[in-house]
Design a protein around this ligand. Sequence first.
Ligand SMILES: [Zn+2]
Ligand SMILES: [Zn+2]
Length: 278
Amino acid sequence: MNCTPWRNRSPFSSRSCCFSAQARLYGRNDAGPGSFARLGEAKASLSNTDIVLLTHLHIDHAGEIPGLFKARAVAGSGPIVFNVWGPGGSAGRGEDAYFPSTREFLEILFGAKGAFAYLKDFAAPITLHAHDIAAPAANSAPQQIFKDADLAITAIAGHHGDAPAVIYRIDHAGKSVTFSGDIDATGLPALRRIAKSTDLLVFNTAVLDPPGSPAILYTLHTPPHAIGELAKEVGVHALLLSHISPAVDESNAAVLESIRRNYAGTVTFAQDGMRARP
Ligand SMILES: [Zn+2]
Ligand SMILES: [Zn+2]
């Protein structure tokens, strides 16, 4: 199992992408701006991609889905069946923003009257299966959403401000990778439940320890000291810091030191094109 993270240069845009090295099955985790270009630079083939795991539907995580699907459609011959998992929607009451469910999101993009309705029969016949994962869900348990031979994918609702969010864990051939997604303090109990003893925890690292980042960002993201605490508590074997903001990039020594106060395992800052093997 390879994990290919990248960090593009715009704010909040270090993405992560996981490929499970199984003959038939390549998975993608999130698809934000730059992911298409970074995949090309990493010489990653899309020709076997048929599973997409969306942590949430912010633009920097889901905005490049049409480009990736198009690239996949022209990369391989024969019919394609995509299975896409992601959060359920949010009605957007009060101050909260509206979010479509993953199923609705794909309908808006690729449905019969969707923006890119043409793609289904453009280069190869495409069948789309969308799966909504209920989020938020307080005290929810990890649920297995996919199983094929020694590949298993588990999901649990996370928490990311008003955006419904999902945390994924991929277990393959005795190794595991867990993706925090963008996550705030309310989501950490769920991450603890799903990430127990995981080999590699890919943790989105967008803020400095308080008060180093704007207050509003702490309602959306997890600071380094809390990342270190969680990694130690659940027995994570290695940490990969992804989704790195410019502030974190400029202060990576301080970020590392803060994590190190609690966590003694390997800590790596994601680089474009890097391949991490748990
Ligand atoms: Zn987000
Ligand atoms: Zn983000």
